[in-house]
Design a protein around this ligand. Structure first.
Ligand SMILES: *[C@@H]1O[C@H](CO)[C@@H](O)[C@H](O)[C@H]1NC(C)=O
Ligand SMILES: *[C@@H]1O[C@H](CO)[C@@H](O)[C@H](O)[C@H]1NC(C)=O
Length: 165
C-alpha cells in the first residue's frame, strides 16, 4: 500500500523533468495578496502542520515548533486538518497541487509515510525538496487573500541556522 503512494512524488518529479522547476526560490501558485513567512526558531524542528479549508481549497496555515503553534496565516476556513510528526520523523519533501488557490499539500516523511492535507487535486502540481541533503524543513512563506492561500514556498536550511526568505 505505502509503496504505491510513495512513488507518487517520484512520478511527479519525473513528469516535471527540468531541475529549474525545483529551485528553492520558487513560489508554487501566485504571488498576489498579503505576504507571510512562518520560520522555525533556531534549533527547533517543525513538529506539526495545521491547515484550514474552505470550498475545497487551502484557506489558512500554521506550523508547530516543539509544543507551540505559530500564528495562523490566511483566511480562516470551515474544516481543519492537523498532521503531527513523530519525535524522530523528519520531512523529506513536499508535493501537491494548486490552481487559482492552493489545493493540496502532500508531505513525504522519513518514517516513511505520506501525510495529505487538502481534499482536491488542483490543475498544476509542484514538488519541493532540499537542494542540500543536510538541510531540513524550516518553514513556509506564502501569499493569501480573503478567499484563501494563493501561493506558497517551502524553506529548507540547517536546523541550527536562521532561515529567512
Ligand atoms: C514555546 O513558547 C514558550 C513560551 O513563549 C517558549 O519559552 C519556548 O521556547 C517555545 N518553544 C519553542 C519550541 O518554540
Ligand atoms: C545543532 O546543535 C546541536 C547543539 O549544539 C548539536 O548537537 C547538533 O549536532 C547541531 N545539528 C546540526 C545539524 O548542526
Amino acid at each position: 500500500m505505502f509503496q504505491l503512494e510513495a512513488m507518487l512524488p517520484l512520478l511527479i518529479l519525473a513528469f516535471l523533468g527540468t531541475p529549474a522547476v525545483l529551485t528553492q526560490s520558487r513560489y508554487h501558485g501566485s504571488e498576489t495578496g498579503k505576504h507571510f513567512c512562518i520560520v522555525a526558531p533556531e534549533g527547533e524542528p517543525v513538529t506539526g502542520i495545521w491547515a484550514s479549508l474552505k470550498n475545497n481549497i487551502l484557506s489558512s496555515i500554521r506550523l508547530k515548533f516543539g509544543n507551540n503553534w505559530s500564528q495562523e496565516y490566511g483566511s480562516s476556513g470551515r474544516a481543519e486538518i492537523e498532521v503531527k510528526l513523530n519525535p524522530d520523523e523528519t520531512v523529506l519533501g513536499f508535493s501537491g497541487s494548486f490552481y487559482i488557490f492552493m489545493h493540496q499539500i502532500i508531505i513525504t516523511t522519513s518514517q516513511p509515510r505520506e501525510l495529505i492535507i487538502g481534499p482536491l487535486t488542483g490543475r498544476y502540481v509542484y514538488t519541493s525538496y532540499p537542494e542540500n541533503p543536510n538541510h531540513v524543513f524550516r518553514g513556509i512563506c506564502g501569499y493569501y487573500v480573503t478567499g484563501g492561500l494563493k501561493g506558497m514556498r517551502y524553506l529548507w536550511g540547517n536546523v541550527n541556522g536562521t532561515c529567512t526568505e
